[in-house]
Design a protein around this ligand. Structure first.
Ligand SMILES: *[C@@H]1O[C@H](CO)[C@@H](O)[C@H](O)[C@H]1NC(C)=O
Length: 700
């Protein structure tokens, strides 16, 4: 270990220095949930391509910290190092390099790792199980301006890093902020290659570097797609984004076999995701499409293709086949008219999902990412994961492994839901207790009575008539686990009574109920429940839900689809508890979803989740997210100053806001038996219908 490290230090002398981002402390914390995200950690692995050998061992390249994904092998690590102002001896030829996305510092950024050459004979894989490495944050080294953003799909073109970033807002609501940028590695100068107002995903630079292909929905924008984004493939000049031309209608995830051959994926009309090949020519300065051919047949899904110009007839793809419940990497060998499929990952790691393959420059190795599994020792799942805050002196931002978090009034405990059950844990992650062991959703603490938590029992996302009722749970004093919490039912009749939120004087609870046939808001006695008094706050043939009472008592914020009842589109409204003053605070955009409002401790702002910034990556390149557009925002209660707090392609939701400032650091999960690597592949990559069709002979 130390040997290789000193070897690397001997090769390369640091002649520029890395500035560290220092967080300053302030007051307040926002905590939110990301569906499933805390239960996996990705690393990048590599496998040698040897179709003749049956034993293909894989090597873990990244270091098992945070999530590491969407890798790229630069062809010349030594010239990369000199671009970064490192002077290297000639032995730098024995160094391999990997560029990838990582979230290790609480935000998404692009790293460069250097390690002893994988192909040098002395470095056999037994000795390289977790290679010693040097790593550098490529972008924050060069561009410290806006580090809270999502970065994705890095690659190199000459002296420049080409990548996706979300650091510039779209001028339009409900549009993705994802755009392609080019950063010159030695000067740090950054150019936006995507036109303003347009989102581009999945960039791929042509072998000569002249063209970049992207998946883009162009002027059309985003209209709520969460499976296929229905993108088209555009080409533009990598140097400056000019000569932007639509070449393939309906396609995503492009890659180049040579200057005139692109592979890409799309969901075919027979519903199988398939890989296609497009031939283009350049007329004058404009790319022109010549032909499109489908490469992978119906009967299995194939997507996220990769190809290397060094072996243009070997296509790496991810597949979902009926013979496995997992996403695997395969190689399609098209050489000499062959059409052979070579399994790459099923032989080595049959029970893991593998994502987004990429080739080494000489095409001798395939990289991909998967959950690191048992190698996660030392990096336990996180209860609270620190995320970099855009206003670090005002509040900290943390992801919790559980839905519907809420803080006790003193900020020392967090209640949350982890189905099936409601938990309370100290804000430092210690002493987790299950306080209710059934299906529940929504949590809120009484402001006056110590240790009283409100929640609703029953299924989420259910009809008005579904049996859901509100309870209060009174925790026993001094964390005595031997004494069970006292449970009291506050509503009866079960007409979807949910999302309780108490008034700051401790007398009332606002909640939504479907008792009239529509979900509207009601207020009831906080101790005895509806039997001691209830009045109706809102009324209409629509859904008012997810209510939150302001800490100063003046307002109740809620989500409502009253603009277009039943459409699935929600905006945030506020109303005084006496029924006056109704107004809309924020709407995501036409047909948009804005939900789960929660007041700031000073009652002057709201935090909420919304699709205001569209989707940030092709969903098929990720594990399953029900609502991959979910991002956390804040807004002033007068509707001004909308600020985006999270930047990712995950489902971020159910935020809460406490006045207590949680230290911006990670807190390990202390619940027993939390299974790591527990996540699903995209649910909509279903095989069942298609399998039935195949069995019935309607396909093939
Ligand atoms: C309703 O409540 C608001 C805020 O609590 C208050 O300013 C307003 O005067 C009240 N209106 C009536 C009619 O009571």
């Amino acid at each position: 270990m130390t040997y290789y490290r000193s070897l690397l230090f001997a090769y390369c002398f640091l002649s520029s220095f890395i500035s560290l981002v220092v967080l300053t402390h302030g007051a307040g914390s926002i905590v939110f949930d990301t569906y499933g995200r805390s239960l996996y950690g990705f690393d990048i692995f590599v496998t040698t391509i040897d179709p003749s050998s049956s034993s293909q061992a894989e090597l873990q390249l990244t270091d098992g910290v945070s999530v590491n994904y969407n890798g790229y092998f630069p062809s010349s690590p030594s010239s990369l190092l000199s671009l970064l102002n490192y002077s290297c001896s000639s032995q730098a030829n024995h160094i391999d390099a990997l560029i990838y996305v990582t979230e290790r510092r609480g935000y998404s950024t692009i790293y460069l790792d250097l390690f002893p050459s994988l192909s040098s004979p002395s470095n056999r894989r037994e000795t390289l199980e977790l290679p010693p490495r040097l790593h550098f944050p490529l972008l924050s080294l060069l561009d410290g301006r806006s580090s809270v953003s999502m970065k994705d799909r890095p690659s190199l073109s000459g002296d420049s890093l080409i990548f996706v970033s979300t650091h510039e807002p779209s001028p339009y609501p409900r549009q993705s902020w994802a755009a392609v940028y080019s950063t010159h590695l030695s000067t740090g100068a950054t150019t936006r290659l995507t036109p303003n107002g347009i989102a581009d995903f999945s960039p791929a630079v042509s072998p000569s570097g002249r063209w970049t292909a992207v998946a883009s929905s162009g002027e059309r924008g985003w209209s709520g797609e969460i499976k296929e984004l229905n993108t088209d493939i555009y080409l533009f000049k990598t140097s400056d984004g000019s000569a932007r031309t639509l070449v393939v209608e309906h396609g995503g995830w492009p890659c180049w076999a040579d200057e005139f051959t692109l592979y890409f994926h799309r969901e075919s009309s027979d519903q199988w995701w398939s890989v296609y090949k497009a031939l283009i020519m350049i007329q004058g300065d404009a790319p022109v499409l010549i032909s499109i051919d489908r490469i992978t047949p119906p009967g299995f899904h194939a997507f996220t293709p990769a190809v290397s110009p060094a072996a243009p007839e070997l296509i790496a793809v991810a597949t979902r086949r009926a013979s496995s419940q997992f996403r695997h990497i395969e190689l399609i060998d098209l050489r000499d008219g062959r059409n052979a499929y070579v399994e790459v990952t099923r032989l080595t790691t049959p029970t893991a999902h593998h994502f987004n393959p990429f080739f080494s420059p000489e095409a001798g190795k395939i990289g991909y990412h998967r959950c690191r599994g048992s190698r996660n020792s030392g990096n336990p799942p996180l209860l609270l994961e620190h995320k970099k805050s855009i206003v670090p002196d005002k509040f900290s931002l943390l992801r919790i492994n559980g839905a519907f978090p809420s803080f006790s009034p003193d900020g020392r405990k967090i209640a949350y839901v982890s189905l099936p059950g409601v938990y309370v844990v100290n804000a430092d992650g210690s002493n987790p207790i299950e306080i209710y062991s059934g299906n529940a959703f929504g949590t809120a603490w009484d402001w006056k009575r110590n240790g009283v938590i409100y929640t609703s029992l029953g299924p989420q996302f259910a009809q008005e008539s579904t049996e859901v009722d509100i309870i209060s749970i009174t925790l026993s004093e001094d964390d005595d686990k031997s004494e069970p919490p006292l449970i009291k039912k506050l509503t009866s009749g079960g007409k979807n009574n949910a999302f309780p939120s108490p008034s700051p004087d401790g007398n009332w609870v606002v909640f939504r109920s479907g008792r009239s046939g529509y979900k509207n808001l009601y207020i009831m006695d906080s101790i005895e429940g509806e039997s001691e008094g209830i009045y109706r706050l809102t009324e209409g043939p629509w859904s008012d839900t997810m209510c939150n009472w302001s800490p100063n008592g003046d307002w109740i914020a809620f989500a409502s689809d009253r603009d277009n009842p039943g459409s699935g589109s929600f905006s945030i409204y506020m109303i005084h508890p006496n029924g006056t003053g109704l107004r809309k605070v924020v709407q995501s955009g036409n047909g948009g979803r804005t939900n789960h409002p929660w007041f700031s401790p000073d009652s002057a702002s709201l935090v909420f989740t919304s699709d205001y910034a569209g989707v940030s990556a092709e969903p098929i390149s990720n594990p399953h997210h029900f609502q991959p557009y979910g991002e956390i925002f804040t807004v002033k209660i007068d509707g001004t100053e909308i600020r985006r707090l999270t930047h990712d392609s995950y489902e971020d939701g159910t935020p809460t806001w406490t006045s207590s400032f949680l230290k911006p650091s990670d807190v390990a999960e202390s619940l027993q038996g939390v299974a790591f690597c527990r996540f699903d592949d995209c649910h909509w990559l279903s095989l069942q219908n298609q399998i039935n069709d195949v069995l019935n002979g309607t396909i093939c």
